[in-house]
Design a protein around this ligand. Structure first.
Ligand code: WAQ
Ligand code: MG
Length: 253
C-alpha cells in the first residue's frame, strides 16, 4: 500500500501473506492509510502472487535500544556505529543531511530509500524522487507473535518497530548492504535506527526533532561486486520471510 497527499508520500506498508488472509490484510492496509499523519488524497493498494519455492527464510536482526536525550547525541551514536562498519564520514554526513532536509530535489520525502555508496557518499538509486521500495517481506505468524510478545514484555512494542525490523533484516541480509540508517517521516515518532550485520538493529531515540515531517531511509552499499539492477531486484521483488526472531535486549540508557 502507498498513500500520498498532493503527490507527496505520506504512508506505505508491505506484507507477504497466505492468500486466505488477503481480505483481512487489505482492510488493515486501508486502516493504515487513513491513520497516516496527513489524510491522503490518493491510496494505491496492489496484490500479486509469488511462487512458494522462491521464498527465502531468514532470522531477524538482534535488537538493541540506545536512549539519548538530544538529537546531537543520537547522531553521534549513529556516526559511531556507521563509522565502525567502515562507512566514510562523508557518506554518513551526506545521509544525515539528506534525511534531515528531505531527500528529493524538492526537499520532500521519498516513497522508497536512497542507495548510498559507503565510501564516496554518492547516491545510486535510479530515481531520486521515488527511491527503492523494499517489498515482499513479512514474518511467519509464529515469528510475528513471538516478536510482538517480546517487544511488549520490554515495553518497546510499536507497529513501526515490527515493520522496520522486517525491512532492515531483509536489507542487511543481502551482502552488498553495509548498513542502513532510518527515521520516520511521522512528526510524532522520533526514534530511528542504524542496522548492520555486526551491530544488529540499534534503535536510537531522539534521532529527529519532534514535529519534523522529514524522514527516510539510506542503504549504504559496498560498490565492489555490486550489480545495481540485481540488488534492487532483490529489495523490491525477492520474497523473504522471517521465521526466526533474533535476541531483543532491554533498552540501555
Ligand atoms: N522501502 C524503502 N523505503 C521505505 C519503505 C520501504 N518499504 N517504507 C518506508 N520507506 C522510507 C520512505 O522514504 C519513508 O518516508 C521513510 O522510509 C520513513 O518511513 O525501532 O516508521 O514508515 O522504534 O515513516 C523506525 C522504527 C520507524 C524505530 C521508521 O518509517 C524503532 C518508520 P516510515
Ligand atoms: Mg511514515
Amino acid at each position: 500500500m502507498r498513500a500520498s497527499l498532493r503527490k507527496a508520500h505520506v504512508s506505505g506498508a508491505e506484507r507477504l501473506i497466505d492468500v486466505s488472509c488477503l481480505k483481512e490484510v487489505l482492510e488493515e492496509m486501508i486502516r493504515r492509510a487513513l491513520a497516516s499523519y496527513a489524510p491522503p488524497d490518493e491510496i494505491h493498494i496492489s496484490a500479486d502472487a509469488v511462487l512458494p519455492d522462491s521464498i527465502t527464510c531468514i532470522r531477524s536482526l538482534d535488537v538493541k535500544t540506545r536512549t539519548s536525550s538530544t538529537m546531537d547525541e543520537a547522531h553521534r551514536i549513529a556516526k559511531e556505529i556507521l563509522g565502525a562498519n567502515g562507512i566514510s564520514s562523508v557518506a554518513v554526513e551526506n545521509a544525515l543531511r539528506l534525511l534531515r532536509s528531505g531527500p528529493t530535489p524538492e526537499g520532500t520525502n521519498m516513497r522508497g530509500a536512497m542507495i548510498i555508496d559507503a565510501l564516496t557518499g554518492e547516491r545510486m538509486e535510479p530515481d531520486i524522487r521515488r527511491g527503492v521500495r523494499v517489498s515482499r517481506i513479512d514474518y511467519t505468524e509464529e515469528a510475528r507473535i513471538l516478536l510482538k510478545n517480546r517487544l511488549n514484555e520490554l515495553g518497546i512494542y510499536h507497529e513501526r518497530v515490527m515493520d522496520a525490523l522486517a525491512i532492515a533484516s531483509k536489507v542487511i541480509h543481502r551482502n552488498e548492504t553495509v548498513a542502513e540508517l532510518c527515521w520516520s517521516d511521522s512528526p510524532d515518532y522520533t526514534t530511528g535506527y542504524v542496522a548492520s550485520k555486526g551491530s544488529g538493529y540499534v534503535r536510537l531515540s531522539s534521532i529527529k526533532e519532534e514535529g519534523s515531517l522529514r524522514g527516510g531511509r539510506a542503504f549504504f552499499v559496498d560498490v565492489k561486486d555490486l550489480h545495481l539492477g540485481s540488488y534492487i531486484h532483490y529489495l523490491e521483488r525477492q520474497p523473504v520471510i522471517i521465521d526466526r526472531i533474533g535476541d531483543i535486549s532491554e533498552p540501555l540508557a
